[in-house]
Design a protein around this ligand. Structure first.
Ligand SMILES: NC(=O)c1ccc[n+]([C@@H]2O[C@H](COP(=O)([O-])OP(=O)(O)OC[C@H]3O[C@@H](n4cnc5c(N)ncnc54)[C@H](OP(=O)(O)O)[C@@H]3O)[C@@H](O)[C@H]2O)c1
Length: 431
């Protein structure tokens, strides 16, 4: 293909903890998909060094500081899709989002910073749609797997002439021996959480209907906030099911449900009533049976309590939240630190879904992944989604403030190079 005609994926944040993994994956995978790569970084030399040190192809690198409009604009003009891994997003993403809408480039990131996402829904959905742009926040471990699995189940139900009623997901993470907190959380993620605490807007914590487009109260549809809240409440308490001790989804159970419900509301199955799906998910802590059972339940109870407390803290007056964030930022890990290299491999994780339909059927779906979910899989997923968007485009339903499932458009096989395999109702989704 004429290099000038190739779709181009642009990467920001390539020198960060998550960005370095994404960079390595992108420069290796893009040529296989017929795509080009342009990286934007404050220090282009560091990006070139990172590639050279690892024996990777060195992509074109432009000097970009996202707070400098001119350098950002020159970068966005060159690309079809921006993968933005420069966080914290609350502070750094708004100019990137504005440039993408202005220049007609699609946008994907990994943010779980809820106030920012809600502002994108409110302020950028219509302009992005008008510009033919898809903006996809939460396109990593949060909230792509849950969103895509529920969407796949809904399509599988529709293929049988049925309508999805319930989605119950359980994620199990298997870590290598000796794994600690610092192998699971980066300083960038910690700083993002603190940025949410400082946000002037109150976070609608736990509101599963927070991202519904064009809410239709009283309609009883997937766009009816009360119907969605009633059918699919956020539940934090621990439980025991299927012989497993289950904790709320990690890191925050409040992140995925609004994404899943937005997908359902924005793309109703043709001919089927767009009814709310009862969505529930959990993180498996371990087996209930045996001597360790009560200790596992205690751990799950601790995780529930922490998440409930985090929800309460986001409702405090802003000066209190800000003061707390400033105090915590002095003791918690700083940006630029986190899991790297070998720590990203040796992990595996699985999300098992049990789905029901209004017609009475039950079926399963399984997502199996290899790699550290938060810093390996997440980087590979966001890159694969961006490559697919660049090479194959996005459907009309995915334009505007979108979701991972809408942008993926049912192409589960596109996730295989991210070491993620999905099987729905016994059928593996390989190309
Ligand atoms: N949803 C998920 O599954 C998931 C998983 C992992 C991470 N995340 C999120 O991803 C984000 C990144 O995390 P991380 O740990 O990788 O962060 P990090 O290590 O602190 O990296 C931040 C990156 O942003 C770049 N950057 C900062 N300010 C910039 C500016 N003004 N212009 C251009 N680039 C700038 C930094 O470049 P320099 O080298 O020039 O400083 C660096 O490359 C965080 O918000 C985190 O919450 C989400």
């Amino acid at each position: 293909m004429d290099p000038a005609a190739r779709p181009v994926v642009g990467l920001l944040g390539a020198t960060g903890i998550t960005g370095r993994t994404a960079l390595a994956h992108l420069v290796a995978r893009a040529p296989l998909e017929g795509a080009g790569v342009v990286v934007g970084a404050r220090d282009p030399g560091r990006v070139r060094d990172l590639c050279a040190e690892r024996g990777l192809p060195v992509p074109e690198v432009l000097p970009v500081d996202v707070t400098d409009e001119r350098s950002l604009d020159a970068f966005v003009r060159r690309v079809d899709v921006v993968v933005n891994l420069a966080g914290p997003y609350t502070r750094l993403a708004p100019p990137v989002l504005a440039a993408c809408v202005a220049r007609g480039a699609h946008y994907v990131d990994l943010t779980g910073e809820a106030p920012l996402v809600l502002r994108t829904d409110r302020d950028l959905h219509a302009p992005a749609r008008a510009a033919g742009v898809a903006i996809v926040h939460t396109a990593g471990f949060e909230a792509l797997p849950a969103d895509v699995l529920v969407d796949a189940a809904r399509r599988a139900a529709a293929a049988r002439g049925e309508t999805l009623r319930g989605a119950d997901l359980v994620t199990t993470v298997r870590t290598p021996p000796g794994t600690g907190f610092r192998d699971a959380v980066s300083g960038g993620t910690v700083q993002s959480l603190l940025e949410v605490l400082r946000d002037p807007d109150r976070w609608r914590t736990g509101d599963v209907a927070a991202r519904l487009p064009d809410p239709a109260p009283g309609s009883g549809t997937a766009a009816d906030p009360d119907a969605v809240r009633r059918t699919s409440p956020l539940r934090l308490p621990p439980r025991v099911a299927g012989g497993q001790v289950l904790a709320p989804m990690s890191p925050l159970a409040a992140i995925n449900p609004p994404v899943v419900h937005r997908t359902q509301a924005l793309s109703p199955v043709p001919g089927a009533p767009a009814r709310p799906v009862a969505f529930r998910e959990a993180m498996a802590v371990g087996r209930w049976a045996g001597l360790g059972g009560p200790a596992r339940l205690a751990a799950a109870t601790g995780a529930s309590g922490f998440q409930a407390l985090a929800g309460l803290v986001t409702r405090l007056p802003r000066p209190v939240r800000s003061g707390l964030a400033d105090a915590l930022s002095r003791i918690l890990p700083a940006a630029g630190t986190g899991p790297q290299g070998d720590v990203l491999t040796g992990w595996s994780w699985t999300t098992r879904g049990t789905f029901t339909t209004h017609e009475g059927s039950t079926f399963g779906a399984v997502l199996e992944a290899r790699g550290n979910p938060g810093y390996g899989t997440t980087a590979w997923l966001v890159v694969e989604l961006a490559l697919r968007m660049a090479v194959r485009g996005v459907p009309d339903a995915a334009l505007g403030s979108s979701t991972p499932a809408l942008a993926l458009d049912g192409d589960l096989a596109a996730l295989v190079p991210a070491r993620v395999r999905i099987t729905v109702d016994g059928r593996p989704a390989d190309r």
